[in-house]
Structures are given as C-alpha cells and as structure tokens.
Write a protein that binds this ligand. Structure first.
Ligand code: SF4
Ligand code: SF4
Length: 389
C-alpha cells in the first residue's frame, strides 16, 4: 500500500511537471512568444562634439526615439550638439534612463497585465469567501492550487508575478537609476493584499508558490507514512538567515556589477520554459523535487517578495488567530502546519513568527474549532496551557 502511494506520488509529480512545461510552452507560443524579461543595458557610442543626429546614427536610435529622449520640438533640433545637454556622464545617464523606461514599456503585454490583476482580485476574493465558510478536503485543496497554477502560470504566464515586482524594481533602479511607475503600482497592489490578508497572494495566487505547494501536497498524507516518505520543517532561523543573506547579495551584485543573479535560476520561468537555460532548468528541477519534502523552498530561502511579505505580515489586518478559551492544547495544528509557524503562533514562545501562508491547514485540523482567520489581535496563551504537555 505504501509502495503504491510512493509510486502514485512520483507519477503525479511527473504528470504535473510535464503538464506545466508542455502547456506553458504552447500557451507562450499562442500568445506570440513575447519575452517580458528586463531589457539588457547597452554601451553608448558618444562624443561631446557629436550632434544629436550623429549620436542617433552611431547608436541606432531613430529620430522619434531621439525626440523622446532629448525632448526635441523641431527637426532642426537634431543638429544640436550633445554638449548642450550636459557632460558625457549626464547625457549617458539621461539616455540610459529614457531607453530603459521605453524598453520596459515595449516589453510588456498591456492587455494581459490588467486582465491578470483583475483575475487575481476575483480569484483571491472568491477563495477568501469560500474558505471562510468551508473546510477544505485534501483533494479540493489540490484542485484549488492546480487552478491557480493553471490560470496564473500556464495561461497567463510568468509575468507579472509578486516576486518579479520586487526583483525587477531593484534591478532596474540598480542598473539604470529609474523607477518604472506601472511596476510600483503592481507592487503596491501585492503589498496591500499582504496588509489586508496575510500572504494570501502567495498562498493562492502566486504561480510559483502554488506550484511548489501543489507538489508538496501530493506527497503529504495525514500520518506522513505514505507518499515518498517524511517531509521536513526547516528551522526558520536557518531559512530566514539564508533568505536575508541571499537578498543582500542580490542587491549588492545588482548595484555593483549590474547583474541579476536571480534571473538564471528564476522558477517563474517554468511558465516560459524556452527561457530556462541549462543551469536554470537543473536548478528549478531540483527545487521542485525538493518541494516534495520541504514546504515552499523558494519562498523560504530565496524569494525577495517572500522576505518583504514576511516583514509586512506583522501588520496584516486578517491573520491566523487562536482562541485559547476553547483550545485544548493538543497541538494538532502545529503538527499539521507545513512549516514551523503554527507552533510559534500557538505557543508564542519565541519573538519571531515565521511566514504564514494562509493555507488553512491548522484551522481545518483543529478538533475544537479554536483557530480562525480573523481580524482579532493575537493574544498570548494562558501561562500553564502548554507546560504540562
Ligand atoms: S514567496 Fe513564494 S508565493 Fe510569495 S511571491 Fe515568492 S515565490 Fe511567490
Ligand atoms: S497551517 Fe496555519 S499557521 Fe501554518 S502556514 Fe497554514 S495557515 Fe499558516
């Protein structure tokens, strides 16, 4: 029986990966294969005595582009000297900023992005209302996660994503010193969702997050005795230290060398597989394999939005709460929680509360209905509630 369960898990894993990679490739092609990744910065050919027109010819910039960059009002302005626009550094910075913004704008699919955000809002609100009323069976949970992967990953693609908004904003600012306003709007929407309802966007909307969770859940069982074997809860102090260090390294390398170290290993690229190189393919494959045994490894170890979201979670309006009046301290919720967070929320025996992904497992398993996702302020457990356990 256990062997059958292990084989079933392996088959599901292969089917999910094949489906995600295959269907995403087709979906990407149908949508025109437009790569929405960040444009590369370029080296400019420039001399102060050049005219604007000569500068354009040397750098393959069309007159309309030059007009936009230098805010030219007449064709005759093309004969102005570059020196009129400042020193070489100033002109270079101006051109780099304007080109970066124009390339960002051109790389986006302006039909798909608002559609994706509208669907996110509809989907997350529906899940929120649905979960308030009902408990989730493990099968329903997997279907809900699969739906999120299918809609926000396979059909609507890798971009935009919660992680991309943080990562690309830092990369663009680090390399071109510009802020792309639409990205800030997107980031604000994601952060408002965190402030409203914990990591709801990560829990039920993020394409890479739901994929990792779906894979984790196909290997979960009530007693941890079936499937592919034991799943592990990594200590938060280890995962969060790693995540903070990785974030600092990412920022440092962007600002010093202009290189995005996340891009080659970005797991969101599984939804546009052609852009995953060999290193990325191996990394993402291993990450998803690890997801069978560890809950959301990318979110806990690498994701910049995961880190920012965790910092903001403290201020979330709605979050997991325990009613100690009815709690019998059986600690089934802490055992069922896929990470160490429920133990920390329940016992309040440490200062730092790890990420809570609003998965509702703890609420659904509680035998006395003492856990809810509510606006109440978290209270401390009665002094002796856990001492004799
Ligand atoms: S933490 Fe996980 S779920 Fe949240 S944005 Fe990052 S990858 Fe997605
Ligand atoms: S089981 Fe509860 S505490 Fe743990 S991640 Fe899910 S909702 Fe958060």
């Amino acid at each position: 029986m256990e062997r059958n369960a292990a084989i079933k898990t392996i088959v599901y894993f292969i089917v999910i990966l094949t489906l995600v990679v295959g269907a995403s490739t087709i979906s990407f092609q149908i949508q025109g294969g437009k790569d929405e990744s960040l444009p590369k910065s370029r080296n400019l050919v420039m001399a102060q005595e050049m005219t604007v027109r000569q500068f354009g010819q040397a750098n393959e910039l069309s007159p309309p582009q030059l007009k936009e960059i230098f805010t030219l009002t007449a064709t005759a302005d093309l004969e102005k000297k570059l020196a009129e626009y400042g020193t070489s550094e100033q002109v270079s910075s101006l051109v780099t900023r304007k080109l970066a913004l124009a390339a960002e704008h051109a790389s986006k699919n302006w039909v798909k992005i608002p559609l994706k955000f509208a669907l996110w809002l509809v989907f997350l609100s529906s899940v929120f209302i649905f979960l308030r009323e009902r408990k989730l069976s493990s099968v329903h949970r997997k279907w809900l996660l699969f739906l999120a992967v299918a809609i926000f990953g396979i059909v609507l693609g890798a971009d935009p994503s919660p992680m991309g908004t943080v990562k690309d904003a830092i990369h663009l600012y680090g390399t071109a010193k510009v802020i792309f306003p639409p990205r800030m709007v997107a980031l604000s929407v994601f952060l408002v969702i965190v402030l409203l309802a914990n990591k709801y966007i990560c829990a039920w909307g993020c394409q890479a997050g739901t994929l990792q969770e779906l894979i984790f859940r196909i290997n979960s069982s009530e007693n941890q005795k079936s499937g592919l074997g034991r799943q592990f809860k990594l200590p938060f102090v280890v995962t969060n230290t790693f995540r903070v260090l990785f974030f600092c390294l990412f920022v440092l390398i962007v600002f010093v060398w202009g290189t995005d170290i996340i891009a080659p290993i970005d797991p969101f690229k599984i939804f546009k597989p052609a852009s995953l190189g060999l290193v990325g393919g191996i990394f993402v494959g291993l990450l998803l394999l690890l997801s069978l045994f560890v809950y959301r490894p990318w979110c806990h170890l690498f994701c910049p939005f995961g880190l920012v979201g965790w910092l903001l979670e403290k201020f979330s309006h709605v979050k997991i709460n325990v009613q100690y009046e009815t709690c019998i301290a059986c600690q089934k919720c802490a055992a069922a929680c896929p990470s160490t967070v429920m133990g920390a929320i329940l016992r309040r025996d440490r200062k730092t509360i790890p990420d809570c992904f609003a998965c509702y497992t703890c609420r659904d398993i509680c035998p006395t209905g003492s856990i809810n996702f509510s606006t109440h302020k978290r209270s401390l457990p009665p002094k002796d509630l856990f001492t004799e356990k």
